[in-house]
Ligand binder design. Structure first.
Ligand code: NAD
Ligand code: UGA
Length: 447
């Protein structure tokens, strides 16, 4: 059992802390007292709602309550940690590079307050070489005479499945150039996972691995999206192509689903950051640059399908958007494609009725889109907004609830148009829709 401290109480820090608390003692540090309070209230069973939505997280925090607590007191956070994970945000800056200000601030806080030897690992997604920068900041600001080794331990969880991803990871990648520190991290993970899962390596290789993984997954999606556009023009069905190609085990079926483009807080920012990094080192990553271009193009291509039906002025039109999160089962709206489409519709004069299975996604939408007030209505029931006044339905994410449409109810809509942004309706349902007078548009399989 080790004492660990995690900097950052966000979508990575809290689930990771709850997972580590199965076998280790965990302190989650965040300067945001509201988030800290929200975690401690859940741990102490005073509340059943957290500041982020993640399936199974509340239960895991409560199950491991004896081993985890949160604090916004830096001295308490750095009382005696053996390993520190930095899991703060790395949003894009104006050039598309990773903004390291939160990582650097965390490094400085560690340097000024740590009183014992320890290993510091970046869990945030950061450009190769950042661990060396963190090391430098710590050395330059260190107050006490302690040995701090710095490395990297990138995270591969996906939102919505974070707890399961953490429990049964395909691999755990971590890197540190100090062999003794690397061995200590191996021991730490052996309490939680089998040896076969562990993937120790050099610091910089582990930093590159994180970007490589996200960029490759994003590239699989953009690759299929560009073929989907071709399928639309020649009357092929991209879903059949996805299966035909993906069943080759060398390629794999996952992340080949054509869609209105990948969104979220990671693929868009990380592909951009690593592409920028390649340019900086005069080693351009042309494939990743194309992935980004295709992604932007695909979202416009999808929105164009709506505009083709109604023209560019959408004044007086009413649309439904089901699923506003960048994917199903999250309240996270960062770089959400359904949000982008909803805004485009509102910008063109339409009114948008929004429903999501996660209540927090609706709350976040209001908080982040004040300037659109009056142009949208939020709904807590999937079909409550369906009426004669509706001109079209946009499926925004891949939640199962959106796969099985109730055609009887939807038939009231004056505009019988379905835009499936995630290609989730099955062939039989599409046939039934067409037979009921609907048009069906998606990416790579129009009817
Ligand atoms: P987030 O924005 O949800 O959380 C970051 C947290 O860090 C915030 O709560 C913020 O208050 C806190 N913070 C800021 N400065 C701090 C400081 N000095 N000390 C302690 N806490 C501080 O971000 P996230 O989604 O959890 O992502 C964190 C990192 O992990 C990013 O680099 C991201 O790319 C990477 N990542 C994210 C995911 C994901 O699914 N969200 C998955 C893998 C990797
Ligand atoms: C992604 C990766 O899957 C994680 O491994 C990684 O840790 C994380 O980024 C990160 O670095 O933050 P996440 O963004 O939570 O996780 O969600 P994904 O399931 O990967 O989906 C990302 C986007 O791609 C979503 O908009 C999703 O709808 C889209 N997608 C996914 C497709 O369009 N097609 C697919 O086949 C798969």
């Amino acid at each position: 059992m080790a004492n660990v401290t995690i900097f950052g109480a966000g979508y990575v820090g809290v689930p990771t802390g709850a997972h580590f608390a199965r076998t280790h003692t965990v302190t989650v540090y965040d300067p945001d007292a509201r988030k800290v309070q929200s975690i401690n209230d859940v741990i102490e069973k005073k509340s059943d709602s957290l500041h982020i939505h993640e399936k199974g997280l509340i239960e895991l925090l409560q199950e491991n309550h004896e081993n985890i607590h949160a604090t916004s007191d830096i001295l308490e956070a750095l009382e005696d940690p053996e390993i520190i994970f930095i899991a703060v945000g790395t949003p894009p800056n104006e050039k598309g590079r990773a903004n390291l200000k939160y990582v650097c601030a965390a490094a400085e806080q560690i340097a000024k307050n740590i009183k014992n030897d320890c290993v510091v690992l970046n869990k945030s997604t950061v450009p190769p070489g950042t661990a060396y920068l963190v090391k430098e900041i710590i050395e330059n600001n260190r107050v006490n005479d302690v040995k701090i080794s710095v490395g990297s331990c990138p995270e591969f969880l996906a939102e919505g499945t974070a707890i399961e991803d953490l429990r049964t990871p395909d691999r755990i990648v971590y890197g540190c150039d100090d062999q003794d520190a690397l061995d200590r991290v191996t021991d730490f993970f052996l309490y939680l996972h089998g040896k076969a899962t562990l993937c120790p390596m050099s610091t910089v290789s582990s930093e590159v691995t994180k970007y490589a993984a996200n960029a490759l997954l994003a590239t699989k999606i953009s690759f299929m999206n560009s073929l989907a556009m071709l399928c639309d023009s020649i009357g092929a069905n991209v879903r059949e192509v996805q299966d035909g190609v993906g069943k080759d085990t060398r390629i794999g079926r996952k992340f080949l689903n054509a869609s209105m483009g990948y969104g979220g807080s990671c693929f868009p920012k990380d592909t951009m950051a690593i592409a920028e990094y390649g340019q900086l080192f005069k080693s351009p990553l042309e494939i990743i640059e194309s992935t980004i271009k295709v992604n932007d193009k695909t979202t416009n291509y999808f929105t164009e399908k709506i505009i083709e039906t109604f023209g560019s002025d959408l004044s007086g039109k009413n649309f439904i958007v089901w699923g506003i999160g960048f994917k199903a089962r999250t309240d996270d709206l960062r770089e959400s494609k359904p949000v982008q489409v909803a805004k485009e519709l509102m910008d063109r004069g339409a009114h948008v009725h929004i429903y999501d299975t996660v209540a927090g996604a609706l709350t976040n939408f209001v908080n982040e889109n004040n300037c659109y007030e009056g142009k949208f209505t939020l709904h807590h029931e999937q079909y409550e907004m369906v009426s004669e006044a509706i001109d079209g339905l946009v499926i925004g994410n891949e939640h199962e609830k959106f796969r099985n449409l109730n055609i009887k109810i939807l038939k009231i809509m004056r505009g019988k148009h379905i835009y499936d942004g995630k290609n989730i309706l099955n062939n039989r349902l599409i046939k039934d829709l067409i037979a009921s007078g609907f048009t069906y548009k998606s990416i790579g399989k129009d009817s």
